[in-house]
Write a protein of this length. Structure first.
Length: 318
C-alpha cells in the first residue's frame, strides 16, 4: 500500500463542496484522490464541518463566491484548512487560503489531474523554497505561535539560515541544526521563538479476521506515512494480530471489542462502508485512534485502506 502524495500532505483528508452548477465537477474531484470526498453542495453548516474535520477544502464555484463563503469559517493565518477554488468549468485552480499550509500544493496536484491551470502567487514557492508549514506536517507537529511565522518567512526570503534543535528533514535548505542563528525553531518552547510542538501518537487498526502479516504490512504503511515510530504511545485494534504492531514499535497495546466502538460519536469520522453500517458501526480504525488519544485527541491521519485492513492515527500535542 503506497499512499498518494495528497495523502502524505493531507492525511486528514480533502473535502469537496460545490454550487449546484459545479456538482458534476465536484463529484469528479471527490474521487480524484484516495482521501478526497465530495461532501455535497454548499451550505454554511456543511462548510463549517468540512473546515473543522479536513486538512483541505476544495470549493467548486466562482472566485468571488468562494471568497465570500470562505470568510465565514476561516480564522487566522495557518489556522483551519487549506482552501482551493476550482471554477465550475475546470479551467483554473486557485489557492484561496493557507497557501503555505498546502493550498498551493493541492492546487498544482488538482490542476495536473484535470488539465487546468494552477494560479500560484506566493513568493516562497516561486523561489523553490519548501514552506515552513510543511515542516510541521512532515514531523507530525504544530508551529506555535503562528503570529511569528511571517517574520521567519521574511528571513528565509532574505537568504538567512534558521537554526533548529533537531535534524531537519530533507528539502529544507534554509534550516540547519545549531544555536548561532538569529532565528531558531525549537521543540522546547521559549518566548519569542517559533516552537515545534510534537504530537504524541495513537494508532488504530481495523482488520478482517485472521489477516496474514498484519504487523509487517501495518508497519510498512506507517513508514510510508512517515509516522515517527518513537512517538507512538499506544496501538489499538479489534484483532489480536495487531499486537505485533505495538511490539515492533515498543508501544502499549489495547484490544477493543466492537461493542466498545458502537456508541462513539464524532463529526469528523470518515463515511462508513456498507459493511460497517450493517454491523451498526460508524468506523473502526479512526474511532480506536481517537478513543486512545482521549478528549484532547485530534485525528491526524484519516483511515488508510489496505487490502484487508485499515489504519488511522490520532495525536495529542505534547
Amino acid at each position: 500500500m503506497c499512499p498518494t502524495v495528497s495523502l502524505e500532505r493531507f492525511p486528514r483528508g480533502i473535502a469537496v463542496l460545490s454550487t449546484p452548477e459545479g456538482e458534476e465537477l465536484g463529484r469528479k474531484l471527490g474521487k480524484t484522490f484516495s482521501n478526497s470526498y465530495y461532501v455535497g453542495t454548499y451550505t454554511r453548516e456543511l462548510l463549517s464541518k468540512a473546515a473543522e474535520c479536513y486538512d483541505a477544502v476544495v470549493l467548486v464555484m466562482s472566485l468571488p463566491g468562494a471568497f465570500r463563503v470562505a470568510c465565514e469559517v476561516l480564522r487566522g493565518k495557518g489556522e483551519g484548512p487549506a482552501v482551493v477554488v476550482v471554477d465550475p468549468l475546470g479551467k483554473f485552480v486557485i489557492p484561496l487560503a493557507n497557501a503555505h499550509w498546502g493550498a498551493n500544493e493541492l492546487a498544482e496536484e488538482l490542476a495536473g489531474k484535470i488539465g487546468a491551470t494552477a494560479v500560484i502567487t506566493t513568493v516562497a514557492e516561486r523561489r523553490g523554497l519548501k514552506p515552513l508549514e510543511a515542516l510541521a506536517r512532515e514531523l507530525y507537529a504544530e508551529l506555535e505561535p503562528k503570529e511569528l511565522i511571517a517574520s521567519y518567512y521574511r528571513a528565509m526570503l532574505n537568504g538567512e539560515t534558521i537554526c533548529t534543535d533537531f535534524d531537519p528533514p530533507e528539502g529544507f535548505s534554509y534550516l540547519r541544526r545549531g544555536e548561532d542563528c538569529e532565528l531558531r525553531i525549537t521543540t522546547k518552547c521559549h518566548q519569542g521563538t517559533l516552537c515545534l510542538k510534537l504530537y504524541s501518537l495513537f494508532v488504530g487498526i481495523g482488520a478482517k479476521p485472521k489477516v496474514e502479516d498484519l504487523a509487517k504490512r501495518a508497519i510498512k504503511a506507517l513508514e510510508e506515512l512517515r509516522v515517527p515510530k518513537g512517538r507512538v504511545k499506544v496501538v489499538g485494534s479489534v484483532r489480536e494480530e495487531a499486537r505485533g504492531v505495538a511490539e515492533a514499535l515498543g508501544a502499549e497495546f489495547r484490544l477493543f471489542s466492537f461493542d466498545e466502538l458502537r456508541d462513539f460519536k464524532d463529526d469528523c469520522l470518515s463515511p462508513p462502508s456498507d459493511t460497517l453500517k450493517s454491523m451498526g458501526l460508524t468506523g473502526v480504525a479512526e474511532i480506536i485512534a481517537l478513543k486512545l488519544a482521549g478528549v484532547k485527541g485530534k485525528l491526524l491521519v484519516r483511515k488508510v485502506k489496505g487490502e484487508d485492513f485499515t489504519l488511522a492515527v490520532a495525536g495529542v500535542a505534547q
